[in-house]
Design a protein around this ligand. Structure first.
Ligand code: PEP
Ligand code: MG
Length: 315
């Protein structure tokens, strides 16, 4: 993948030997969604719905939500779009879902946890998502943020099904969920690894604090080992495991993730060509070798070097 050849991206994620890996976009607005469709995204792997409401003082009505979500789904008729329910709290506070003051907001009532005591907000959002899906014809899945246990995943999926949504999954971004991936898979149709938060919680290093950024390096072997657990479980149960954190935007790391068993990659639109073209240049067995080498490395730098060596283009 590190050759000087010109990047080629025809809008279908596939390795040089023909393994399909969907290349999807992360979006937070209708403008993002249009840009992603133009850049050749196969769909959306993460729609951060909370981005629509960062400045809202009151909960949006169901009608308002249907309108906002339909605008994001519209560029993707017949395509996969994963809509994440509100991930409020910590780095993304929402005024209408503000918890009691907490000493550690990243460890407090955030993401799906808000819904346990306030499930009306979740149910209204699920209703709006279902209606927007119907209006636009996008292949919509819903996904819950900040899930820690299989029991929480099961609770969410039941509510999603009750709202008429057929495909429901959860983010894996808390180490406990990665460690119990088999049980989580029993409850869901798919998972998506949020490597930004998974790194933060694995290393106990705030993702917003520059002084600890080196710990949050997505090439950290400890993070890769957690991802490997999830990839292995996905392969065993035959259900999809995507990555929607920043890790997916690095072409060599994307190849490593594929080697770890990840089945789709979701990223900012600006990275689609780079990652799609990189995938097309590598064979699945190179991805597996790169993954094995990176897992065994002692630090991020050696993981990078080892993966790069395994991914050198074949002539
Ligand atoms: C993540 O945590 O990796 C993720 C994709 O979600 P967010 O960045 O919105 O927390
Ligand atoms: Mg997250």
């Amino acid at each position: 993948a590190s050759s000087g050849r010109k990047a080629v991206w025809n809008g279908i994620g596939i390795t040089a030997d023909g393994s399909r890996v969907k290349v999807l976009a992360n979006v937070g607005s209708a403008a993002d969604a249009r840009a992603a469709a133009e850049a050749g995204a196969e769909g959306v792997g993460l729609f951060r719905t909370e981005f629509c409401y960062l400045s809202a003082t009151n909960e949006p009505t169901v009608e308002e939500q249907v309108k906002a979500y339909s605008a994001v789904l519209a560029p993707f008729p017949g395509k996969q779009v994963v809509v994440r329910t509100l991930d409020a709290g910590a780095d993304k506070p929402l005024a209408f879902l503000a918890p009691e003051p907490e000493p550690n907001p990243a460890l407090g009532v955030r993401g799906l946890r808000v819904a346990f005591t306030n499930n009306g907000v979740l149910d209204r959002q699920l209703e709006a998502i279902a209606r927007a899906a119907e209006q636009t014809g996008a292949e919509v899945s819903v996904m819950a943020p900040m899930v820690a246990t299989a029991e929480e995943a099961d609770w969410f999926v039941k509510r999603a099904r009750a709202a008429g949504l057929r495909r429901a999954g959860v983010m894996i971004e808390v180490p406990a969920a990665a460690l119990t991936a088999r049980e989580v898979f029993d409850a869901v149709d798919f998972v998506s690894l949020g490597t930004n938060d998974l790194a933060q919680y694995t290393f106990a290093a705030d993702r917003q604090v520059g002084a600890v950024a080196a710990l949050n390096d997505p090439w950290q072997p400890a993070l890769l080992r957690l991802i490997a657990l999830v990839g292995k479980a996905a392969t065993e149960v035959g259900k999809p495991a995507g990555v929607c954190g920043e890790a997916a935007a690095d072409p060599h790391l994307a190849a490593v993730l594929v080697g770890l068993g990840v089945t789709s990659l979701s990223m900012n639109a600006s990275a689609l060509t780079r990652v799609g073209a990189g995938l097309a240049e590598v064979h699945s067995d190179q991805c597996q070798l790169a993954a094995k080498a990176a897992l065994a490395a002692h630090d991020p730098e050696h993981a990078r070097l080892a993966a790069r060596a395994a991914l050198t283009p074949r002539r």
